[in-house]
Design a protein. Structure first.
Length: 113
């Protein structure tokens, strides 16, 4: 089984959830898991951090390591990081909508958002 898929399943994440976390399209995750495409080095790094596994493991080069389950940040953690926890739910939802807008606007462009 593909190591990215294995790590995603171990983390109890769907392809859509992982795609949203990485700001990529769901078909991109599917292509990685089918080994039709390869993640960028930046995406391998983010996958490594998310799953608690080395990039070598995710690339299939290290057989001695298993990914650790690590949950994506929760809304409360993001609220605290961005606003010190002092933000209304309505404002936070607006920030998430804006982030989704920016992600869609920049989809397909090279480099980070």
């Amino acid at each position: 089984m593909n190591r990215i898929k294995e790590a995603r399943i171990a983390a109890e994440m769907g392809q859509k959830q992982l795609a949203a976390y990485l700001n990529v399209a769901q078909p991109t995750i599917s292509a990685w898991e089918a080994e039709a495409k390869t993640p960028t080095s930046a995406n391998y790094k983010r996958l490594s951090e998310l799953f608690g596994a080395s990039v070598d493991y995710l690339m299939g080069m290290d057989v001695n390591e298993a990914p650790r389950k690590k949950e994506p940040p929760k809304d409360e953690d993001i609220k605290f990081a961005l606003f010190g926890g002092n933000v209304s739910d309505e404002t936070f939802e607006e920030v998430k909508r804006f982030a989704a807008f920016v992600r869609e606007k920049n989809r397909g462009k090279s480099g980070a958002i």
